[in-house]
Every structure is written in C-alpha cells, then in structure tokens.
Design a protein. Structure first.
Length: 440
C-alpha cells in the first residue's frame, strides 16, 4: 500500500491511499472459504455450492468490506505515525465512478490541520482589571432587604414602589414559565414603574433586556440557562398573584444570630461589615470572570491564524445524530468559530506557560467549591471527612470531572493572564462595574 500527503495550503491536505491486490486478497479468500459451508444458491444443496459461484454471489461485497477494514486501519496508523494534529476527522472524497475491479484502488481523504501560530500574552492592551467595592448605597439596600425578608408581610391592595410581588413570569416562545417572589425595587426603574398601581390578577409586560442590573438575575427569576441570559431581548409577562409590603424586622441580636450564627455579629456596624465582606468576595469572582472574557476577546482579535473553514463546514454535516444541510453547517460554523479559535489559543497558552492539571488540583478545587456551597446553606464548619466524602462522589461522575477540569484550567489561566497581560487596575462601585460590563 502506498500512502502520501498532498498539501493544499497550511491547514488543508489530502491523504491519498493506493491499495493493491496483495493488501486484501488473503483476507478475502479466508472469508470466501468461511462462506462456502453456509452459501445458498438455487439448484445446489447447502454447503455444496461451487467456489466460483460463491465468489460471484458474495465476492464483491466481501472485497469491499475487507478493503474498507484495510483502509480504515492504515489511515488511523498513518495519522498517528505522521503525528498529524487534526481538526475534525478525515473526510472521504466522493467518487461516483469508483472502479472496484481495478488493479489499484485509490482512496482520498480530506483533512483539516490545527494551524501553527504564536500568541503574545504580554502584548500591549487596554484590558481593565476591576476592583469592585460595596458602597454605602448597596450595603444599606442589603440591610433593608434583610429586614424585609425577616419582617412580617403586610398584604396590599395595589402595588407600590416598596411592594413584594408573587407571580409568574411567562413567555411561550422561549418556554419560560416560572413562579417567584420579587421586589419591585429589583427591576430597573422603567420596568418597575409599570407595576405601580397594579392589582392582583393584572398582567404586566416587560422586556428582558436590562430588566435587572445584572443579567444573571434572569437565571434566578426566570430560570433561564446561563448561556442564554446575555443579550436575551424578549417581551415577557408577569401575572400578579399577591402583593405584600413588609413590617421591617428589628435589627437585634436574635436576627444577627439567626443570620450568621451565635455571637458572630453583634451590632449594625458588624452587620454592615459582614455584608461588605461577603459582597466584595462575590464581586471579585464576577470581576475575574469579566477579566477572563476580556482577555479571551483580546487574544481572539489579535492572534491571527487561518482555520480550514470549508473543510470544517463539510465535516459538520457528517457528525452528530442529525445530519446537517450545507446551510445549517454554515450557521453552526459561524456560531462555533470563536469558541474553536479560543480553544486553540487556550491550548497554546497552557503549553507556553507550562500549565498542567493534576488530580490533586482537581480535588483541591472541588473541595473549595463544596465548602463555599455548604457555607451558603449555613454549614460553615464541615469536617474534612464530610467534605472529602462529597468530593469522592462528585469526582466519580465523568461529566462532573470534565466540567470541573475546565474550571480549574480557567482558574490557572486567569492567574497567568493577570500576570502576563498586566491589565490596568480600576476601583469601581458595583453599579459602575455593571455599566462597564453590560453598557447599561
């Protein structure tokens, strides 16, 4: 068998395989011999069919099957031996006039290659690393929310600016149907004003675009998936089921102990300090996520390389349970190209920075995440045994391992980006951060 590569350009090649009789005749003969005792041809008893008739009836199909096995194995070994870094998998070129009776059988496969490129993590940029602070307005608002949450509900006839509403968000087209309780003050002012004066049973229509300060709140109130919240712009109905004001809870030691555990907060100043600490820890995570996305966008924009686009569009038509049309593959490629580019950049950045993920890294990250989740539900001091038991169960799930591994990679890359990209540091309030993030 002869196998060679023919380059079209830096990222597109064709593998040409020439198969001769010696490559498959032995296996074909073996299969014919195995078939003879089982062959049935009219006019002959089973097992008594002459070999030439067996070959005539079954030989072509057997030959095609065995040649395919030879070609598939040779292709796999060739890709490995040549150390080809492929995008997608080889695609057989169609040949409507293929001659299975020829002395030499030639097969051609298109391949798309991972491009060679370099990235400059220290390139000049205008990336900003935000330090988000909790200002007095935010802290005072959170204190009031705590008082309302633990206060006594007072039914109201009509909606006012300080009302809490229980009702259902719905949008048939997007499959949204979620009953929740929400304060009028949680909406942006334009949307909130639409509720003022409404009564139980009324339906208020608002737009999801800019409905909340943080688009992620759509996940909580509408149960929209994370991938869908950014840029979601649809009309949505809210049917009012009940309206309540609140008799604010007294800020006393009983409330403090209920919130944070006995004796951990002893005054309003302690409460505000705790709110500030917790809020800024959460803001730091959001700021890190924005930094990571900004660096990704910068690297994608400034790292130039070609992809085997036409090959990948053809390949997309062949994978998955549902085969795609050429038009559908075009749309899918446009949707996924940016992600593919960053996936390649990410791999290069990891190699350049010698980033490796160990099982200990994965265990440590999972343990930290579990402790944070438990703290949110009031379990502030779980034992190591409890945490490691949960870690073991989580890491026994391959889907969870994959998801957590991606988060560990992102965390390690973020540290590299902070160091190498040397972003400008800017201290802002949460409102200013939201404006910078979403243009509101």
């Amino acid at each position: 068998m002869d196998i060679k590569r023919i380059a079209k350009d830096a990222v597109n090649e064709t593998i040409v395989m020439t198969v001769v009789h010696m490559d498959y005749k032995g296996q074909v003969a073996k299969r014919i011999n195995e078939k003879m005792p089982l062959a049935t041809v009219k006019g002959f008893r089973k097992g008594q069919v002459p070999k030439d008739l067996v070959e005539k009836q079954y030989g072509k199909a057997i030959k095609q099957e065995e040649v395919k096995k030879v070609v598939d194995l040779a292709l796999e070994r060739f890709v490995q031996s040549e150390r080809l870094n492929l995008l997608g998998t080889p695609l057989a070129k169609e040949n409507e006039n293929f001659d299975w009776d020829a002395e030499e059988l030639t097969f051609e496969y298109e391949i798309g290659l991972v491009p060679n490129f370099e990235i400059d993590l220290e390139a000049k940029n205008n990336i900003v690393k935000y330090i988000v602070t909790a200002d007095d307005k935010l802290i005072d608002g959170q204190v009031e929310r705590i008082q309302k949450q633990f206060g006594k509900p007072v039914p109201q006839e009509v909606v006012s600016a300080d009302s809490d509403l229980t009702g259902t968000f719905s949008n048939e087209e997007k499959g949204i149907e979620n009953t929740t309780t929400i304060s009028v003050s949680a909406f942006n002012k334009k949307a909130g004003d639409k509720f003022i004066g409404k009564k139980v049973g009324d339906v208020v229509t608002v737009s999801t675009k800019g409905l909340f300060e943080d688009d992620h709140q759509l996940m909580d109130y509408l149960k929209v998936a994370h991938d869908d919240v950014h840029g979601l712009d649809v009309e949505i109905n809210f049917t009012i089921d009940s309206i309540n004001g609140a008799e604010l809870a007294e800020l006393n030691q009983d409330l403090f102990d209920k919130l944070f555990g006995e004796g951990k907060v002893a005054s309003l100043e302690d409460l505000k300090s705790k709110i500030k600490e917790d809020a800024e820890a959460q803001f730091a995570q959001q700021a890190d996520q924005k930094l990571l996305l900004d660096v990704q966008d910068f690297l994608i924009e400034n790292t130039k390389f070609d992809l085997p686009a036409e090959f990948l569009k053809k390949w997309l038509q062949t994978v998955g349970e549902k085969k795609l049309s050429a038009e559908e593959a075009e749309v899918e490629y446009a949707r996924s190209e940016k992600g593919l580019r960053f996936q390649l950049i990410e791999g290069k950045a990891m190699a350049q920075s010698n980033i490796q993920i160990t099982f200990e890294d994965l265990k440590g990250f999972t343990s930290k995440s579990i402790r944070q989740q438990m703290a949110q539900f009031g379990q502030t001091n779980p034992t190591d045994e409890e945490v490691q038991g949960i870690v073991a169960r989580v890491l026994s799930n391959q889907e969870e391992v994959k998801r957590l591994s991606e988060q560990v990679v992102a965390e390690k890359l973020l540290e590299v980006f902070k160091e190498k990209a040397n972003p400008t540091t800017k201290e802002v309030t949460y409102e200013e951060f939201i404006a910078a993030s979403y243009g509101e």
